[in-house]
Design a protein around this ligand. Structure first.
Ligand code: ATP
Ligand code: MG
Length: 395
């Protein structure tokens, strides 16, 4: 009997024609998460297995891999012979403390000439006969004994841990996340990775108006996201000249609108260079002046690439709860200024007109500035593994 980690992949099993593509990617991502472990990953008949000598450490590591719906410790018995299965299950149960149980059987091997219900009854009766003080409880058992009769072997498992669900990262292409140091954008990134989209991120900095700490904070957030994304390419764009040109030449109520149009333009170009099929950001309807429907429409107008806003309909409190869950919140609330917060006008326009945007943008040589910003931008590969403790005294 071999002790293995059993992975169930829930929703993926509905991908009939593409299932192998999804499973191949899931296996690849699991191996990436476990690159410093000696493991083997196999799959067949709707189940994936990790063969390892240190299951507890492995489970801890793969908890963050999307596409895994349940993780179990499983036992593979090298036969479907009922008498042997009974003995082995009893052997496993002898190590556990419980008084009520239920047996649930599945037959991937339809050649077995009994039904699943009969198999469960038969094994249940054997357990009752050979172990004292037990009762069957079909509604609320202390132990659920899952037995799956497969082609040449039988799989037994008891405990179940919930995985994160979602799709394996990389199965749905690539997106570019606009990552600020705030609370929202890391959460938007997390939700997008969960749908199988591998992300790269883009951050606009305005030194010396924004500090090195602000940039390091974004790198820390990128590192947290890299944990789910395998690793993460971060594009750091120097936005100072563009921002100063806007500040000097454009009526202040339009500062944010025009600034965001420039961010969108640059993001769309870098997305296209990187073969990313969509932009992702942390906008949420109504949260600030630049996130009214009229504002979003005036800003969105400058790009044709789809823009996904996973938090569009989330309340701030729900976003905060998720940020805490994925461990980005404490970093996000560190008090370092963002390039938007420095140039915030007193009265930003709530319903900007597109005509005025066109008119004002003629006042600055934005094409040249954008060209220069893209040409000189910094590209950093962020891995989840390096432990970033730049802020350990603050956290
Ligand atoms: P967040 O909490 O994510 O910073 P916010 O509520 O502060 O969002 P805004 O500042 O209006 O809202 O930004 C909306 C979105 O625009 C952000 O969620 C992010 O996706 C993107 N964004 C804002 N500033 C930057 C920046 N400096 N670099 C990259 N993306 C940015
Ligand atoms: Mg922000």
């Amino acid at each position: 009997m071999e002790k293995v980690i059993l992975i169930k992949y829930g929703e993926l099993s509905t991908k009939k024609n593409n299932i192998n593509f999804f499973l191949k990617k899931l296996k690849e991502n699991i191996l990436f998460a476990l690159q410093d472990f000696d493991v083997e990953v196999t799959y067949d008949l709707g189940r994936m297995f990790i063969h390892t000598l240190s299951p507890d450490k492995v489970i801890d590591r793969i908890k963050n891999v999307f596409g895994i719906h349940e993780i179990n410790i499983g036992y593979i018995i090298e036969t479907t012979e009922l008498d042997i299965v009974k003995e082995e299950v009893l052997f496993l149960l002898n190590k556990k403390e419980f008084t009520t149980f239920k047996v649930e059987s599945k037959r991937a091997n339809k050649k077995l000439n009994t039904t699943s219900i009969e198999l469960s009854k038969n094994l249940g009766a054997y357990i009752l006969k050979n172990k004292d003080g037990l009762k069957v409880d079909v509604n609320n058992p202390e132990i659920l004994i899952n037995v799956e009769y497969r082609m040449n072997n039988t799989l037994v498992y008891f405990d179940e841990f919930k995985g994160l669900g979602g799709y394996p990262v990389g199965t749905l292409g690539k997106g570019l996340l606009m990552l600020s140091g705030g609370i929202d954008s890391p959460v938007a990134g997390y939700l997008t990775i969960k749908r199988g989209v591998k992300i790269e991120a883009i951050y606009f900095e305005s030194p010396p108006h924004t500090s090195l700490e602000a940039k390091n904070k974004v790198i820390s957030l990128a590192r947290k996201l890299a944990l789910y994304n395998n690793d993460l390419i971060l594009h750091i764009v120097n936005f100072t000249e563009i921002q100063e040109a806007i500040y000097k030449n454009i009526p202040h109520e339009y500062l944010i609108t025009i600034m965001r149009r420039m961010m969108y333009r640059i993001s769309a170009i870098i997305a296209s260079q990187r073969n990313a099929k969509l932009l992702v950001n942390g906008e949420s309807i109504g949260q600030v002046a630049s996130q009214t429907l009229t504002s979003m429409s005036a800003i969105n107008e400058v790009v044709s690439i789809p823009v996904i806003r996973p938090l569009a309909c989330f309340d701030k409190l729900d976003i905060i709860e998720l940020a805490k869950k994925i461990d980005t919140y404490e970093t996000s609330i560190l008090p370092f200024e963002d390039c938007c917060t420095i140039f915030v006008p007193k009265h930003p326009v709530i319903n900007p007109s597109k005509e005025k945007c066109h008119e004002y943008e003629k006042l600055i040589p934005y094409k040249d500035l954008i060209y220069e910003a893209i040409k000189t931008h910094e590209v950093k590969k962020i891995t989840a593994k390096e432990n970033n403790d730049e802020f350990k005294d603050l956290l």
